[in-house]
Design a protein around this ligand. Structure first.
Ligand code: FES
Length: 111
């Protein structure tokens, strides 16, 4: 796991807001759901909708296009959808918010 600084403390999204940004070349959504910061992929696996216009409901992220729902805990799509989104670990440190990305086998080999 490699950690990348995403934001300074004063840039962290307010409660119940979604912010999109790029971290280490990946487009991500940062969601403040009841004061917990969650990082997900930025596009919906259903038909590519952008989560930036979405919202949170009962612990799920709702896509604004066709309202598919994804768990903010494990990324799983609601029953019957058969899909999921990536959730990336976040860590609040003294100097800001960090996001962890799994290292791919080729980056381990070639650094
Ligand atoms: S594009 Fe997200 S639900 Fe269809």
């Amino acid at each position: 796991m490699k950690w990348f600084k995403a934001l300074n403390n004063n840039q962290i999204p307010r409660v119940d807001t979604i912010k999109t940004m790029e971290v280490n070349g990946k487009q991500i959504c940062l969601i403040n759901n009841e004061d917990k910061i969650i990082a997900t992929q930025s596009h919906c696996p259903h038909a590519g909708g952008h989560f930036s216009g979405g919202w949170c409901k009962n612990g799920n992220l709702v896509c604004p296009i066709h309202r598919y729902e994804y768990s903010l805990t494990n990324g799983r799509g609601a029953e019957g959808q058969g899909d999921y989104i990536n959730i990336y670990p976040t860590e609040l440190r003294e100097d800001g918010l960090y996001i962890g990305f799994e290292e791919s086998w080729w980056s381990k080999l070639w650094g």
